[in-house]
Write a protein that binds this ligand. Sequence first.
Ligand SMILES: *[C@@H]1O[C@H](CO)[C@@H](O)[C@H](O)[C@H]1NC(C)=O
Ligand SMILES: *[C@@H]1O[C@H](CO)[C@@H](O)[C@H](O)[C@H]1NC(C)=O
Ligand SMILES: *[C@@H]1O[C@H](CO)[C@@H](O)[C@H](O)[C@H]1NC(C)=O
Ligand SMILES: *[C@@H]1O[C@H](CO)[C@@H](O)[C@H](O)[C@H]1NC(C)=O
Length: 625
Amino acid sequence: MISFLSGKNDYSSRAVNLYLLSIFLQVYTWTVLLVATLVSGDLFSKATRTKADDRDLRNSVFDFIIVGGGTAGCILANRLSAVPSWKILLIEAGDDENIDYDIPGVPTKDYRPILWNYRTERTGFSCLSRPGGSCEVRTGKVLGGSSVTNDMKYTRGSKVDYDGWHSAGALGSLDWKFANVIDFFKASEDNGDYDILLNSMYHSRGGEMHVQKFKYADKFIEMFTSAFTEMGLRSLDINTNVAEAVVNHQFAISNNTRLSTNSAFLKPVRHRKNLVVITGATVTKIVTDKQEKTVEGILYEIEKGKEHPAYAKREVILTGGAINNVKLLHMSGIGPKADLIKHNISVILDLPVGLNYQDQVTTGGLSFSLGEVIVSESTIINDFKNWFQSRNGPLASRGINQVSAFIQLYEGVNAPDVELALEGNFVRTDKFMLNNISVHISEEINFPLPYYNLVNIYPILLRPKSKGKVMLHKKNPKYGRPVIQANLLKETEDLVTLVDSIDIALQLLVTKEMKKAEIKLAPIDLFPCDRLRNREQWNCISRHYTKAMSNPIGTCQMGENKTISVVDYELKVHGLEGLRIADASVMPTHVRGGIFAPTMMIAEKASNIILKDWKENKGYYYNTR
Ligand SMILES: *[C@@H]1O[C@H](CO)[C@@H](O)[C@H](O)[C@H]1NC(C)=O
Ligand SMILES: *[C@@H]1O[C@H](CO)[C@@H](O)[C@H](O)[C@H]1NC(C)=O
Ligand SMILES: *[C@@H]1O[C@H](CO)[C@@H](O)[C@H](O)[C@H]1NC(C)=O
Ligand SMILES: *[C@@H]1O[C@H](CO)[C@@H](O)[C@H](O)[C@H]1NC(C)=O
C-alpha cells in the first residue's frame, strides 16, 4: 500500500493516492487548504494610498457581483459576462476544481476538504443514532459547488411541483409554472441519448450541460432493473412527468467525466476580460445604504479579519445556497428582527430569511447482500489507469447508483412520492461472517462505487412536509457554522410515507430475479431497533438512522407576501434595490427529483430576467441604476 502512496506525480497515481489515503487511512481533514486562495491579492489594506491603490479601487467596481461560485453562480457568471460592457465579479469560498473530482466512480461527497461539513441540530425525533445525534449536510465548498459533490443525476421533478408554486392572485408566480420554465431547462441542456432526445417537448441539444446515461453496466444493474420491472415498473424517462418508473439515470457527464457547472459554464469563459473570479474568499457582509434601501456592494475576506470591499453598480446576486445565503443576509441585517436583535445586528429589513428550510430525507439500514464478489486492489488500480488514459472501464460508471425506482404511493397527483435510490458498497467478507455489521459500516464507502457486494436502498422522501430553520451560530455568528434546525421527520406524515416506501422496497426480495440470484437482506445490527418487528422496527430505524439528502432549499423562498417570502417572483429581495437571490434557496417546496437540474433552471431564468430588466427598462445595458 505504501508504494502507491508515494507514487509518481502523474494524474492517475495522484487520484489513486488521494483515494487510498481517504479509504485506507481514513484521514479526513476538517480544515480547508488556504494555499491557492492567497493569489488573488489584497486590495485595500494599505493605510496610505498610492497610484496602485487607485488602480485597485477602480478594479473593485463591478456591474454585477455574484456571491457563490456554485451550481447557479457559474451559470450566471457565464450568461452575464456575455455582455461585453458589463464587468462581473464571481466570488467563491472554496478553491478551484481538481481532476480527481471528475472520476464518475469516485463519490466526491466523501471528500471533506471540498465540503462545508455542516450538521443539523440534535432533536429527539431523528438522526438519533448518528454521531452526536445529528445528521450531516454535505454541500460543496469548491468552484462548481454541489455540482462537484453531488451524484450528478439529472432529474427535474414533476410538472405538478412547479405548477404548485403558483399561488392564486400572484401574477408573477405564473412565470414559474412548468410550461413556462421548461425552456430554461432546455437552455442549458445538451442531451446525448437519442432515445430520450426523441421527446423534443422535454429535451434538447446544444446547451453547455451535457447529460447522458453511462454506457458501462454490470450484471447487478440488469438484475435490479429486471426485479423492479417484475414489480410492475416500466423503464421510462423520469423527466417526462411520469408517476412511476424504473430509471436508468442520465448524469451530468461528458466523455465519461463529471461535468460540473464550473466545467460546463465557467471554464470556457474564464478568459473573458470582463469576468473576474476570486476563489478562497468568503463574503462577510452585503453593504447597504440604509436610508435609500439600496445595495452598494460587499465585503469579503481572504484572510480572517482582513476585509476587502467590492462595489456593485447594478446588482449583487446571491448564489450561496439555502444555508450560506442565510448567514450572509443575517450578518448584513436582513432577517427576522428578533433573531438579529439577539446578535446586536442592526436591522435593515425584517424578512423571514432562514425560515421554511426543507431537505429531502431518507434512512439507512436497508441493505441487500449480493453474496460473493471478488475485487482485487490491482484491478482497481488498473481501472484507474484505464479511466485516466481512455475514460473507459468500470470507473466510467456509478455502479448500481445508475438505477432508481420512482414510486407513487398515494392517489392524488400523478407524480412519484418516493425515489428508491441504490448505492453499492463493499464490505470485507470476514466482517460479514463474524458479526452483524453496523449501519455505519454498511454505509462507509470502502472502494469506488462500481465495486460492491452490498446494495443499500435509500427510500428518498421527495416532498417532505417537515420544515426547519437556519440561524446564525450562537456565540460566533461571523465565523461559526450556522445553526441548522432541520426538523427531519418532525411531521408524522413524513415518517409514515418513509415506512410505506420501505414496505415496497422489501417486495424486491420476493421477486423471482432476486431469489434466483440469492440476494437477501444483509445482516445489519439495528440496535436499538433490533427487538422490534415490522412497521415498529422501521419507524425506529428511520428515526435512528435518518439521513439528510443534503438538498437544502426554501430559506429565501419566493412569493408576494413579505411575511412568508424573501424575494419576489423576479427574485428581487423585497424592499431593497439591487439585491437578488438565484439558487435553490428560493424554491418554496421541493420538486420530485434532486435540486441540481432545478437550480440550473433557476440560474438560467434569473439570467434571462436580469438581461431583460437592464435592457428593456433602461434602454441600454451600460446604464447604471
Ligand atoms: C449586545 O449588546 C449589549 C449592550 O451593548 C451587550 O451587553 C451584549 O452582550 C451584546 N450581545 C451580543 C450577543 O453581542
Ligand atoms: C475522452 O478523453 C480521453 C482521455 O483524455 C481522450 O483521449 C479522448 O479523445 C476523449 N474523447 C472525446 C470524444 O473527447
Ligand atoms: C444479526 O441480526 C439479526 C437481525 O437483526 C439477528 O436475528 C441475529 O441474531 C444477529 N446475529 C448476530 C450474530 O448478532
Ligand atoms: C401573509 O401571510 C401571513 C401569514 O401566512 C398572513 O397572516 C397574511 O394575511 C398574509 N398577507 C397577505 C397580504 O396576504
